[in-house]
Design a protein around this ligand. Structure first.
Ligand SMILES: Nc1ncnc2c1ncn2[C@@H]1O[C@H](COP(=O)(O)OP(=O)(O)O)[C@@H](O)[C@H]1O
Ligand SMILES: [Mg+2]
Length: 446
């Protein structure tokens, strides 16, 4: 056998890649991470309050953030928006919640975005969902990047995060399978698990970065799977529980104010980081053992899926393989609770001008109304530009001539996320974006 050419090619490329400047574009993106600010009108929409109410609170409460003055308008950063939520929520006479943090007795939720196929918008949908929960509900979100390609990490990493550094710990380490030669998983204590989360520029959002060593996790689990005593399919779920039990919600928002009514920034800052309300997992596009763990750790699985016939065939393969795993596990591990929440397909990158895509959605919906989201991501040019810099539509600041298409895609993202919130947190007040989308797209003129 001769593989000389290939070997030569690999050696040349690895030499070339060491000197090619791959850093420049990446560094620019990370340095400008979340420089986006939001207008007063946008802030009142996020909080679901009247703009005049915000102005009144701003005048009355000395802790209200100044924002930045642009002409006659003030703009606010996501940090400041979170603080405004906390101020409103901690008002003794607040009539509703502004910070939708879970109560100490409520379990944390896990929502996993997974599908067999690459390029179906999993990472972008997961990033949008995490940021929407943060902007519109104030949730503290843990984002787990379960893909060795680290796509979602690129949407969150800033220049403080050592991404692509082989020493940076990943989900494989969190699960205790970072060492491909180990005989059994390492049971890290809660403090070690906690140190794997990295802060991001978003208030209350933490990231477990992706990295090449996620593949080591699969190799390690493959060898461990020969030992029937090691439940390799639930390592992630068990590690999440171990972490969650040690980092519970402690501080009711009423404690943000001192007896004299002034706002305690330290107390609030500590509470923002004491726990998570939800974990969002972005899966890799293949049914590996790490991916299996991500599916089985979830309360809800969202399957982003393009609507081409061939793509739907991969969905069929994907669910069939999962079904086989489930048959095996359910028979074997009787007290393991799998996916107690809602699970559904999210149609993505839909070409609305093309009847074939929408007909496909209709067909899927008619056969599986509970398993198919009625709201989808339309194909958008705006996001192609934003994604060049790994910016989500919530972070992207378009120049003038792209502003309209960006706004349109943000409305689309809001509708999708509102629909997912309705499925995952039926007890939350929905925002009406999904209902509006359904009215526009399903109630056809007769
Ligand atoms: N609605 C959309 N319209 C146009 N392009 C999109 C849309 N959603 C995702 N994309 C693009 O498709 C590519 C794959 O998206 P990504 O979220 O990384 O998919 P996955 O995680 O499933 O591989 C990215 O370049 C992304 O910008
Ligand atoms: Mg991806």
């Amino acid at each position: 056998m001769s593989y000389g050419q290939f070997e030569q090619f690999i050696r040349n490329m690895s030499r070339v890649m060491a000197s090619v400047n791959t850093r420049l574009q990446r560094d620019l993106t990370m340095r400008s991470r979340l420089s986006r600010r939001f207008s007063q009108r946008e802030v009142s929409e996020f909080l679901n309050v009247d703009p005049t109410y915000l102005i009144r609170v701003a005048n009355e409460d000395p802790a209200f953030p100044e924002g930045t003055k642009v002409g006659r308008e003030r703009t606010f950063s996501p940090d400041e928006i979170m603080l405004i939520r906390a101020l409103l929520d901690a008002n003794p006479n607040a009539r509703r919640r502004y910070l939708h943090w879970r109560a100490p007795t409520e379990p944390m939720k896990v929502v996993t975005f997974g599908a067999q196929k690459g390029g179906t918008g999993k990472s972008l949908s997961a990033a949008h969902f995490a940021q929407y929960l943060n902007l519109f509900y104030g949730l503290r979100v843990g984002v787990i990047d379960a893909d060795p390609q680290s796509t979602i990490s690129l949407y969150f990493a800033d220049d403080a995060l050592p991404l692509f550094d082989p020493e940076t710990l990943t989900i494989a380490d969190f699960m205790g399978v970072g060492d491909p030669g180990a005989k059994e998983p390492t049971r890290h204590d809660a403090a070690t698990l906690d140190s794997i989360w990295r802060p991001t520029s978003w208030p209350g959002i933490r990231l477990m970065p992706g990295g090449a060593n996620i593949q080591n996790g699969d190799i390690a689990m493959f060898f461990m799977s020969r030992n029937a005593g090691i439940p390799i399919y639930r390592l992630l779920k068990d590690a999440i529980h171990r972490w969650e039990n040690a980092y519970r919600p402690m501080t009711p928002t009423t404690e943000f104010r001192r007896p004299d009514g002034t706002f305690d920034m330290d107390r609030y800052g500590a509470a923002l980081h004491e726990t998570l309300d939800v974990i969002v997992i972005d899966q890799q596009p293949s049914l590996t053992l790490v991916q299996l763990n991500g599916l089985l750790a979830a309360d809800s699985v969202v399957m982003p899926q393009t609507m081409k016939g061939f793509d739907l065939a991969t969905l069929a393969t994907f669910v069939n393989s999962i079904a086989e795993y489930l048959d095996f596990i359910v028979g074997y591990d009787k007290d393991f609770v799998i996916g107690a929440g809602a699970h559904f397909v999210l149609p993505t990158i839909v070409q609305e001008q093309n009847d074939r895509d929408t007909t496909q959605i209709l067909d899927l919906y008619e056969q599986a109304p509970n398993e198919t989201l009625q709201v989808w991501y339309a194909r958008s040019d705006a996001i192609a530009n934003a994604a060049d810099e790994y910016k989500s539509i919530y972070e992207y600041m378009p120049d003038k001539n792209r502003r309209q298409s960006a706004q349109q895609f943000m409305r689309n993202a809001n509708a999708v996320n509102d629909a997912i919130v309705g499925k995952v947190w039926p007890e939350f007040e929905q925002r009406g974006y999904a209902a509006e989308f359904i009215k526009d797209h399903w109630e056809t003129e007769e």
